[in-house]
Structures are given as structure tokens and as C-alpha cells.
Design a protein around this ligand. Structure first.
Ligand code: PGA
Length: 254
């Protein structure tokens, strides 16, 4: 059975002291309060990774990265590669967050290469897709999502695709306080699972966790996670508050 995952994307937040406070609070509260089997992941900026790992040592919390470069190594000043992340013991890497697509011009073709790199180094890509407000208003959201999934993932073979986590994050819902309704999100999640069924098989599609992201908060998480094809969340703003992040973890059905 596929897993419920709640991943906290800290984005460009987390000075050293904030990182230490947030990570230790999350670790302690998780230990005391969460027992529903959810896979919880903290995803700080690159420089915070080792500190978060140190604080999470011995706890069931996982640690991830927000991006990686598509090449193995070399003269790419300022970049971090998948083998570097793997050597630090990371398990998850977000690939193709809408902020990377929009502000750093990351195309589906480039993201396909990054997905390959993450898999080559035995980590799990969290591959993000999602339409903008204009695309939804023009009724192009299904087409956009299909293209992001097809071009970013469908070169993978049946073994590889089962190692992927997908996150549906409508761009209009990220950081805006506007969540997709549980029904709107479910509609896209079911559509993505259907694409996976057609390209691979029903069995494989059923094994892949599809997370929802975009203004997930403690007060809407349970309704979203109760939907048939929503297998957890990718959490931005609320992941910076230990109380909120833990309450979202607890909203996963046991
Ligand atoms: P948000 O961000 O929860 O602040 O809307 C989600 C994300 O960008 O992953």
C-alpha cells in the first residue's frame, strides 16, 4: 500500500537558531503526539541539512533537500548535486517546485534529468506539478498537468516510477491562503493516477503517493487527506510552525 507522507518545505527560511528551535520542537512533538504511521519529512535549505539531521537523529523524521543539479559533479558554482546529497544521507529531494519552474526557468525536460539523477543516487524525488491561475481560468489545467507528468516522468520504466512521489500544487494556492477545495484537488489527483494507470498499470498507479500542496493548514488538512487519491501534503508556510506541522501530520488517517 502507498504511504501517507507529510513533507515540510521550509523554502528560503531557517537561520541557524530558527532551524534548531523548529527541528527540535518538531522532533519532540512528533515523538509525543504522532502515532498514525505518517512519513514526515523536514526539508530545510541546503546549509541547514546537517543540523536538522543531527537534531532528528534517532527519531522517525526524515530529511530532504529542495533541489539538486542535473549533473554528477563539475564546474557549476553555487549548485549541489544528487551524489553530494546522497552522501549526506538524504532521502527525499523536491524536484520542479513551481518556484523553481517560474523563477529559475526549469523546464519539464530539465526536470526529467534531475529526476534521473535523484533516482540514480537512491533517493526519492518529490516531483511537483501544478497549473497557474490563468491556466485554470482558461480551462487548460488538465493539459498542463498531463504535459508536466508526461515530459517529466514518463521516460521512467516501471521500476523507477514506483520510486517517485508526486506533489500536485496549484500555483494559485501556494502561499496565498487559497486552498483548492478537497474536491478540486481530488479531481486532479485522480486524473494523475489515471495517467499513471494508462502509461504503466493499475497496480503501479495505486502504489504511488500523490501529495497535495498549496495553503495546507491544520484546519483543512484532514478534509484533504480523507480524499481517496490524496496521500498527504507538501507544506510550505505551515511547516515553519512546529504546532501546525505536527497537527497536519496528525490529520493523516490512521
Ligand atoms: P504553502 O506552500 O503551504 O505556503 O502554500 C506550499 C509549497 O509551496 O510547497
Amino acid at each position: 500500500m502507498r504511504k501517507y507522507i507529510v513533507a515540510g518545505n521550509w523554502k528560503m527560511n531557517g537561520k541557524l537558531e530558527d532551524t534548531q528551535i523548529l527541528a527540535s520542537e518538531v522532533v519532540n512533538m512528533y515523538k509525543d503526539e504522532v502515532n498514525n504511521g505518517v512519513v514526515a519529512v523536514m526539508i530545510p535549505p541546503f546549509v541547514g541539512i546537517t543540523e536538522v539531521q543531527r537534531l532528528a537523529k534517532g527519531s522517525p523524521l526524515h530529511v530532504g533537500a529542495q533541489n539538486c543539479h542535473q549533473e554528477e559533479s563539475g564546474a557549476y558554482t553555487g549548485e549541489v548535486s544528487a551524489p553530494i546529497l546522497a552522501s549526506f544521507g538524504l532521502e527525499y529531494v523536491i524536484i520542479g517546485h513551481s518556484e523553481r519552474r517560474e523563477y529559475f526557468g526549469e523546464s519539464n525536460a530539465l526536470l526529467a534529468q534531475k529526476v534521473d539523477q535523484v533516482l540514480r543516487h537512491q533517493m526519492t524525488p518529490i516531483y511537483c506539478v501544478g497549473e497557474t491561475l490563468t491556466e485554470r481560468e482558461e480551462d487548460r489545467h488538465f493539459q498542463v498537468i498531463e504535459q508536466q507528468i508526461t515530459e517529466g516522468l514518463f521516460h521512467l520504466n516501471a521500476d523507477q516510477i514506483q520510486k517517485i512521489v508526486i506533489a500536485y500544487e496549484p500555483v494559485w494556492a501556494i502561499g496565498t491562503g487559497k486552498t483548492a477545495s478537497a474536491e478540486q484537488a481530488q479531481e486532479i489527483h485522480a486524473f494523475i493516477r489515471d495517467l499513471l494507470t494508462k502509461r504503466y498499470s493499475e497496480n503501479i498507479a495505486q502504489e504511488i503517493s500523490i501529495l497535495y500542496g498549496g495553503s495546507v493548514k491544520p484546519n483543512n488538512a484532514a478534509e484533504l487527506f480523507a480524499m481517496a487519491d490524496i496521500d498527504g501534503g507538501l507544506i510550505g508556510g505551515a511547516a515553519l510552525k512546529s504546532r501546525d506541522f505536527i497537527d497536519i501530520c496528525k490529520a493523516v488517517p490512521a
